[in-house]
Structures are given as structure tokens and as C-alpha cells.
Design a binder for this molecule. Structure first.
Ligand SMILES: Nc1nc2c(c(=O)[nH]1)N[C@H]1C(S)=C(S)[C@@H](COP(=O)(O)OP(=O)(O)OC[C@H]3O[C@@H](n4cnc5c(=O)[nH]c(N)nc54)[C@H](O)[C@@H]3O)O[C@H]1N2
Ligand SMILES: Nc1nc2c(c(=O)[nH]1)N[C@H]1C(S)=C(S)[C@@H](COP(=O)(O)OP(=O)(O)OC[C@H]3O[C@@H](n4cnc5c(=O)[nH]c(N)nc54)[C@H](O)[C@@H]3O)O[C@H]1N2
Ligand code: SF4
Ligand SMILES: [Mo]
Length: 716
């Protein structure tokens, strides 16, 4: 450092009048990177920066989103007071006035139409305490069966697939520390490099140690760049691809018969099914050359250890559950699970995508991953909640189906907490019109999102800097996000809002919580004996051990690092292999909509972009959406680079700018989903859902594309 620079820094240091450091965790993805916000007062200005903090999962790393997360939290558009719509305009009001309007309208709706006319829509970005409380609120305070959450659009097929095959769903069966030592990795429909950047080093290390890496993705991405072999398949053909790989493994004598005999049921059925599978046909359907299928299958089958990671690329399909299970078949047939360096990872998406799906905000679920249809589970939770079992409602419907009920006017009121379904749900035009049909909509958010705009009341919630609670990260590690920053304006925590509303509805005695920790203490009891057992976890224990991996059934238990070492979670202790019941449906070519649209993410934006579009550093990287299209495909439709195009499906139309890329298949186009309005790609996505888990098919839509302005119009 030169003298001049040293002087500059010394002078700057002198200018700093005060510095405060606040501990937190990133509000975005499932890595839940630990961070510190540094607030400095320099002369008359306050400046902020975010730096990483050490933790076992991401070791102090942050990605660009984490580094700039504070920008949205301090953004001037942050809601600081409740808003009530009067004559079509939002007016800032007191909490009392907002609550009174909710009380009046919710009571009226239930009086006139019964309890189930109200519904709750939650989120995998809420803390465990809030997700738990929201489930209790719906069943105990509103007494409605209609509660579901945005995880239905995210990991529902991975969760259902793992539950059906293994009897239990925790995203990663092994610890991250095992990844560098595995010999072969399949990355199926996952773009870790852009979506979970801070765990990339584990995979890079595996590669440096000689692991053979296979990627399955219709596009070349920063993740497929890491692979030795990239199977660039047609979107939506992953189930067939997985069956083909398994057939080759069996044919080449690479199955682990001993493991199959001891630990698996259902092998005979899939064996016979595969007998009839035509590998040439699979190569044609998937668009992957047969030699590459052989190369992938034999590499995975031959190595002594191996891991498969899946994410939304293969899961957000209308056959998502079966697709996940077909990949799990490969692990089960090769005995690569329940052992060191061998296992499965469904790469979790949202910050609390894991915990958010365990504690009862799902339509069919009670805390601890219990079932709302199981009499024993119902009785246990009723005892924790101190109500009669008969008072517990039954199973409701999935996220998108709640909007269908709203459209039919069976659901007349809704509370959305921490989600923006107008942008994130499939067939978005329909969701918007269904929301408009509601008699009363309450949205709890930090901003006036595209969904909040349609609300009657918007309640301002606290951000990641202010709200304490536990978040279960990608590994199944329960972490504690400390509350540190003061609440701005009249903002409240989500859990406080839920407790206030319960009080209003006459159920205050069941919601007398003064802190997140008090809620966690009840959650511990409610999860005891369930599959996702948190009963041995305390805030103190999380603090002293830097997080605990569930299940953790008692206070002396240190948590569970590797699952299924001795037995799977089905009652017979065995895993169940999957065999398709019917012939797999292939997408029929549609001459009117000749291109296959797939959707996903870019590094600098998060989900529907409500938060990241507010951050100037992040927004500047992608100020608008785009259509990634192969230049030769574009030429066919007279489409220019960096020009506006209309994209149309049977469900809707959007307009975005093109971005030519030779990295995408010629029959496929890609649009990210971080923008709303004219750029909302979900206006194009169909309303078809996976029959088992109700996952929409975000990754496969038949579309056509045409220049926004025809050539003639441009020439004039
Ligand atoms: N930067 C950023 N990071 C995020 C998020 C974000 O919005 N932005 N969101 C978080 C959340 S909630 C989630 S769920 C995760 C999602 O993480 P990912 O699932 O990794 O992300 P996606 O971009 O949706 O899809 C992954 C890949 O699937 C490919 N793909 C598309 N269609 C198909 C197909 O039919 N078959 C196969 N094999 N692949 C296909 C896409 O080309 C893409 O590269 O990311 C989390 N992290
Ligand atoms: N086409 C397409 N659509 C998709 C996907 C895809 O790959 N393709 N992926 C799907 C996936 S994986 C997911 S997870 C969903 C997510 O979809 P959404 O649930 O809509 O996700 P977000 O954009 O994160 O919306 C969160 C909202 O809550 C607010 N918020 C943030 N933190 C808090 C908080 O602590 N409390 C409260 N009350 N509000 C808060 C934010 O401001 C924002 O408005 O989208 C799905 N939609
Ligand atoms: S977005 Fe994910 S990887 Fe990036 S800093 Fe936040 S938690 Fe970490
Ligand atoms: Mo997600």
C-alpha cells in the first residue's frame, strides 16, 4: 500500500463517527449464509455493507445477492405502516384500523359462508416458528382447512418423491463435507453455480479430486461447465432419461444385487418394466445420443461411490414426482445411498424451503411432518394445541387449487403471507382474476408486490435484519437467525401479526407468545416423535454448535448427519423402487406452438424479484427479462437479437427482449421469472399439475415467438 493510500484510509477511519455490527443470515436462498451488516456513520451519512460470517455450510462465503441484500431492506419503498384500500386507493392507517377491517370482513365471510370460506397462503421464506404458527392459526383460529404455501411450486415433487421412495424427506441425505470425496456426481436440472453459488466449492473440490461429473440440462450453464459430460436433453424428458440410465446399468451388470436384496422392495417390477424399454427410442425422445446415455450410466454404475442432485429443472414437471423417483431408483439399484460419499440431494430453494415444508403450512400436514389424515397424528397435535381432535379440520387443497376455489367463489377471503403468487403461480392471468373475485384479501409483505396491489389490507412485515427465528438450510441444518436490527416505522414481525389476529378472533389464549423462542419451544413439543423431530433442539444448542441437523429427538442427541445408514423410513425399513403405472406421456408436438419454453433464474435476481429489483446493485445486472434463444431458431421466425418479441402459449402472451445464445437447444427457449406485468412468464404456463404433489409444469410450455414489431413496421 502506498503512503498516499494509507493516508486516505487513515483519514477515512477518522471520519467514521460510529460503527455498529448486526448479525444476520441472508434472506434469500437455502444456503442461509451467515452475514454481518456493518452500519457506519460517516459525517452526515449512514452507509451499510454486508460481509460474510463463518458457518459450517458456506464457510463465510457470500454471493452477490447476499452482499447487496441490505439494499432492499433499507429501500424507500419499504412498507412502514398498514395500508387500507378506500375507494380503490391505498390509505396509510393505524394497526387498530387495519385489524378492525380484517376482523369485520373475515367474521362476515365466515358467518355467511362457513369457516372454509377463508384461506391462508404461506411461504418457505418464513421462519420455522412462523410457518408453524401459520398452520396453527389456520386450523385453530380460522378453523379452515384451506392453507397451503409457495413450496407447492418449489420442492413438492422432490418431497413427495423422497417420501414415497425413502419414507422420509430431508433435502440432503448426507453432509456437504462428503461431496468432495465422492467419485461420481449427477447434477440433474440444477444450476448450482447461479442459484446456490456458495456451495460450488464442494463440487469444484470433488472435481479436483477426480470425480466424474454428469450434468442434465437443456442449456449450457455455469454449472454444466463443471461437468465432464453434459446430457443436453429436451425439457421434460428426464423421467425417460433416468429409466434409460437404469436399464443400461442393469444390462451392464452394474446393479448392486446385495443391496437390492437387503434394503429395497419393488425391484422386480421396475426390472420387468425396463425389459420393454427401447433405448434407441429413449435417445430419440430425450435428444441425447445413445452413446452419451451409455457413458453416463456406466460411469455412475462403475464408481464405488456416487451422488445424485436434483433441482427444479427435473422437479417442476407435471410428472415431477415420478421423475424424482426414477432418479432415486438409480441410487437404490446401485446401492449408492446410506453410505459415506453416496446419497441424494434435492437442492433446496428458499431460505427455509426445508423447514417450511415440515411444520404444518401444507394442506395435508401437521407439525413434525405429521399427516392431517392420520388419527394418531391428529390426536397428538390436538393435545399440544389443547383442542379436541374433532375441532381440527381435514385436508385442504394445494396452492394453485386454492385459486380455483376462489374463482368458483368457494373461497372468499385469503391471507397471503410472504409470497407473490400473481407472479409466481402458473397460469398467472387466471390467478390475478381469481384474486380479484375475493371479497377480502390481506397481504403481509415488506413491499407493495404485484399481489399486494390487489389486497384490501396490506400489513407491513419485518425483514431478515429484524426478525429472529430458525431457518432449516439445504443440509437439513436448523440454524438460528439472530434478530438484531430495530424495527423500522410501525412494522411488526409476521409472528406478532399472526398472534394479534388470533387474539382478535377470540383465540388469544392459544397464541400468547412473546418471542420467537417461545414459539420454538411449542414447535419442539409438537414435532416430538414426528419424522421431522426437532424436540432435542434449543436456541442455546444451535448457538453453541453452529446449527443442528434434524432429526434430533432428545436434548442429549447431537443431530443426524447421514440418513438411512441402517434402515429407510418406511415401516418395513426398506426403500421402495418406483415403476411407472402407465406409459409415460410424451409432449405432443403442437404445430401452432412449435417451441418448448423453459423457465428459471439468473444469479442476480431472486424469485419474483420484489426484493432484488429494489436493490440497485442487483437490478443493474439485469434490468429487464429476456428470451434466451438460439440464433438459428430466431432466424426461422425473423427474430433479431436484443429486440422485443411476443411469446405466446395457449394460456397467455408476454413481451420481452431477445438474447441470442448458442448454449441452448434449438427447439427450446428460456425466460427467467423475476419480472411482472408484460414480462411475467407465468402468464404462459399451463394449469396442469402433477397428480401426486400438485406441482405445476414450470419447465415445459409449448409456445411460439414472433417479433413485437414486424420488419415492415421497423423499416418505415
Ligand atoms: N439467483 C437465484 N438463486 C436462487 C433463486 C433465485 O430466484 N435466484 N431461487 C431459489 C429457489 S426458491 C430455488 S427453488 C432454487 C432453484 O434452483 P435451480 O433448480 O437450480 O434453478 P432453475 O433455474 O429453476 O433450474 C435449474 C436448471 O434446470 C434447467 N432445466 C430447465 N428445464 C429442464 C428440464 O426439463 N430438464 C432438466 N434436466 N433441466 C431443465 C434450467 O436450464 C436450469 O439451468 O434456487 C434458489 N436460489
Ligand atoms: N415460471 C416459473 N415460476 C416459478 C418458478 C420457476 O422456476 N419458474 N419457481 C417457483 C419457486 S421454486 C418458488 S419458491 C416460487 C416463489 O414464489 P413467491 O412465493 O412469489 O416468492 P417471492 O418472490 O420470494 O415472494 C415473496 C414475497 O414476500 C415478501 N417477503 C420477503 N420476506 C418476507 C418476510 O419475511 N415476511 C413477509 N411477510 N413477506 C416477505 C417479498 O417482498 C415478496 O413480495 O416461485 C415459483 N414460480
Ligand atoms: S443468495 Fe444464497 S448463496 Fe447467495 S449469499 Fe444468500 S444464502 Fe448465500
Ligand atoms: Mo423455490
Amino acid at each position: 500500500m502506498t503512503e498516499l493510500m494509507l493516508k486516505y484510509f487513515r483519514d477515512k477511519q477518522k471520519d467514521i463517527q460510529s460503527e455498529k455490527v448486526y448479525d444476520s443470515q441472508c434472506p434469500f436462498c437455502s444456503m442461509q449464509c451467515k452475514m454481518k451488516l456493518i452500519e457506519q456513520r460517516v459525517v452526515s451519512r449512514t452507509t451499510y455493507k454486508t460481509i460474510g460470517a463463518d458457518n459450517p455450510t458456506t464457510e463465510g462465503r457470500l454471493c452477490v445477492k447476499g452482499m447487496n441484500a441490505h439494499q432492499h431492506s433499507f429501500h424507500r419503498d419499504r412498507l412502514k405502516q398498514p395500508l387500507l384500500k378506500k375507494n380503490g386507493e391505498f390509505v396509510p392507517v393505524s394497526w387498530e384500523e387495519a385489524y378492525a377491517a380484517i376482523h369485520r370482513n373475515f367474521s362476515k365471510i365466515q358467518r355467511e359462508n362457513g369457516n372454509h370460506a377463508l384461506s391462508v397462503y404461506g411461504s418457505g421464506s418464513l421462519t420455522n416458528e412462523e410457518a408453524y404458527l401459520l398452520g396453527k392459526f389456520a386450523r385453530v383460529a380460522l378453523k379452515t382447512k384451506y392453507i397451503d404455501y409457495n413450496g407447492r411450486l418449489c420442492m413438492a415433487s422432490a418431497a413427495t418423491g423422497a417420501n414415497q421412495s425413502f419414507g422420509m424427506d430431508r433435502g440432503f441425505t448426507n453432509s456437504l463435507q462428503e461431496i468432495p470425496k465422492t467419485k461420481c456426481i449427477i447434477l440433474a436440472g440444477t444450476n448450482i453455480a447461479e442459484c446456490q453459488p456458495t456451495i460450488m466449492p464442494y463440487f469444484e473440490q470433488a472435481r479436483a479430486n477426480g470425480a466424474y461429473i454428469i450434468a442434465v440440462d437443456p442449456r449450457e450453464t455455469a454449472t454444466t461447465d463443471l461437468a465432464d459430460l453434459h446430457l443436453k436433453n429436451k425439457p421434460g424428458t428426464d423421467e425417460i432419461l433416468a429409466h434409460a440410465l437404469l436399464k443400461i446399468i442393469i444390462k451392464e451388470n452394474l446393479a448392486d444385487q446385495e443391496f437390492i436384496d437387503e434394503r429395497v422392495t419393488g425391484f422386480k417390477e421396475i426390472y420387468h418394466y425396463l425389459d420393454d424399454l427401447d433405448l434407441e427410442g429413449c435417445a430419440e425422445t430425450t435428444g441425447v445420443p445413445l452413446e452419451e446415455l451409455y457413458q453416463a450410466a456406466t460411469a455412475f454404475g462403475q464408481e464405488e461411490s456416487g451422488m445424485i442432485f436434483t433441482a427444479r429443472g427435473i422437479e417442476q414437471q407435471v410428472n415431477g414426482t415420478n421423475t424424482v423417483r426414477s432418479f432415486l431408483n438409480i441410487l437404490l439399484a446401485t446401492g449408492k445411498i446410506g453410505k459415506p460419499y453416496s446419497g441424494y440431494g434435492a437442492v433446496t430453494g428458499q431460505g427455509n424451503g426445508q423447514g417450511g415444508r415440515e411444520h404444518g403450512q401444507k394442506a395435508d400436514q401437521l407439525p413434525g411432518y405429521r399427516s392431517i389424515e392420520n388419527p394418531k397424528d391428529r390426536a397428538y397435535i390436538a393435545s399440544v394445541w389443547e383442542i379436541d381432535e374433532e375441532e381440527l379440520p381435514g385436508k385442504g387443497v394445494s396452492a394453485y387449487e386454492m385459486f380455483e376455489k376462489a374463482d368458483e367463489q368457494l373461497i372468499k377471503g385469503m391471507m397471503v403471507m410472504c409470497s407473490n403468487p400473481v407472479n409466481s403461480g402458473p397460469n398467472a392471468g387466471f390467478i390475478k382474476s381469481a384474486l380479484k373475485k375475493l371479497e377480502f384479501l390481506v397481504v403481509v409483505d415488506m413491499f407493495l408486490s404485484e399481489t399486494a396491489e390487489h389486497a384490501d389490507v396490506v400489513l407491513p412485515a419485518s425483514s431478515y435484519l429484524e426478525d429472529e427465528g430458525t431457518m432449516t438450510n439445504v443440509e437439513g441444518r436448523v440454524t438460528l437467525r439472530e434478530a438484531s436490527y430495530p424495527l423500522p416505522g410501525k412494522v411488526k414481525h409476521d409472528w406478532q401479526i399472526v398472534c394479534d389476529l388470533a387474539k382478535l378472533l377470540g383465540k388469544g389464549d392459544k397464541f400468547q407468545f412473546q418471542s420467537a423462542e417461545e414459539i420454538f419451544e411449542e414447535l419442539r413439543r409438537a414435532s416430538k416423535g414426528g419424522k421431522a423431530d426437532y424436540s432435542g433442539i434449543t436456541y442455546e444448542k444451535i448457538r453453541s454448535r453452529n446449527g443442528i441437523l434434524w432429526p434430533c429427538p432428545n436434548e442429549n442427541h447431537e443431530g443426524t448427519t447421514r440418513l438411512f445408514e441402517e434402515r429407510f423410513a418406511h415401516s418395513d425399513g426398506k426403500a421402495l423402487m418406483f415403476t411407472p403405472a402407465n406409459e409415460i406421456q410424451e409432449m405432443v408436438e403442437d404445430a401452432a406452438y412449435p417451441l418448448t419454453l423453459t423457465t428459471g433464474r439468473v444469479m442476480s435476481h431472486y424469485l419474483t424479484g420484489v426484493q432484488t429489483r429494489k436493490s440497485h446493485s442487483l437490478a443493474a445486472r439485469h434490468i429487464e427479462s429476456f428470451l434466451e434463444i438460439h440464433p438459428s431458431t430466431a432466424r426461422k421466425y425473423d427474430i433479431q437479437n436484443e429486440s422485443l418479441v411476443n411469446i405466446e402459449s395457449r394460456f397467455g402472451k408476454i413481451t420481452v427482449r431477445t438474447l441470442f445464445s448458442e448454449k441452448i437447444r434449438k427447439d427450446t427457449v428460456f425466460v427467467p421469472f423475476h419480472w411482472g406485468g408484460e414480462q411475467n412468464v407465468n402468464r404462459l404456463v399451463s394449469d396442469e399439475l402433477d397428480p401426486f404433489c400438485k406441482m405445476p409444469g414450470f419447465k415445459v410450455t409449448a409456445v411460439r415467438a414472433a417479433p413485437y414489431l414486424s420488419r415492415k413496421a421497423i423499416d418505415h
